[in-house]
Write a protein that binds this ligand. Sequence first.
Ligand SMILES: [Zn+2]
Length: 311
Amino acid sequence: MEPPGAQRYSNASQERLPWQWEEHEWRRHVERARAGRSLKPAGWPHGARAAVALSFDPDHETIPLRDAETRPGKLSQGEYGARVGVPRILALLERHSVPATFFMPAVCALLRPEEARGYTDRGHEVGIHGWIHERNMLLEAKDERELTFRCADTLERLSGQRPQGIRTPSWDFSDHTLEIIQELGLLYDSSLMADDDPYEVLADGVRTGLVELPPEWIRDDAVYFTMDRYTDVRPYAVPRQVASIWRDEFDAAYVEGGLFQMTMHPHVIGHRSRMVVLEDLLEHIGRHEGVWYATHAQVAAYVKEQAGLGG
Ligand SMILES: [Zn+2]
C-alpha cells in the first residue's frame, strides 16, 4: 500500500550518486542493520517439528489517516477491518485454538480500547505498530523515537500488556529505527526480511541480542488483494490461488523444521472470500503432527533462550 515513487525515502544527505560512493560508504549502509547468527532452534517446544506464528496488523483507518486522507470513503474501508474483520478473525482463531500477535497502531487502540483489550483478554499478544502508521523514514529521529515510545505506553495502558515487540509501520526502517528499538528494550522486531527463520540483528556489525522474526510480502495479504483506484495498478489476486502460495510456504517450513510466519490485515483478509482460504489454511496446517502455534513474543523468547542469548 505504498505510493509510487519510493525514492522519496532515499537518504537525502547523500550528495553523490551511489556509483560514486567510496567502499566504506556502501559498506556502512549494508552494515547498519543486518542479519547475524541464525536463531533457528534444533527443535521446537513439546517436540514440535515446526512453529507457526500468525500476525495481524489492525491498521484500520490509519492507512488513509497517515497520508491525511480524511474523507469517509477511504476511512470506511479501514472501519470494515475493525467492525467486520476483527470479530471474524477472533472467532476463527478461537475455533482453531491458535494464538496470534496483533501489531496495532496506537491511534487504533485509542479509537477502540475494547479491541486492544479484547486481544490480550483472549490470550493474544499486542505489539507496537507506530502511532498513526507514520512513515518513519520521513521523520526526524526525535519524532520517530517519541512516537514509538508513546505507542508502547499507549498500548500498555489500553491493552494491559507491555509490548515486547515491534513491527514498524509498512516494515520500514529509518537510519534510527534500530537504536530506538534497542533503547525501548524490546525482545524482538518483525520487520526485516533476511531469512525465513529467526535471526539475531547486528547493528553496524555488533551483536544486539535483538531477535528478528522475519516477515515477507509473500506471506502478506495486502500485496495480493489491495488496489489503488486512482491508478492502473490492480494487483488483485484470486484468494484460492494465493492460498496455494501460503500452503507451499508452510509445507516447506514444516519440512525444514522452521518457522511459518504470516502477516495479515483485518481490513484485507477479513472479507468473506478471503476468510474462507484462511480457514482452509488453518485446517491444512492442523492436519500436520507436531506444529507449535505461538505468538511472536513466545517464538522470540524461545529461540533466544535456546541460543543462550540471555535475557
Ligand atoms: Zn500496517
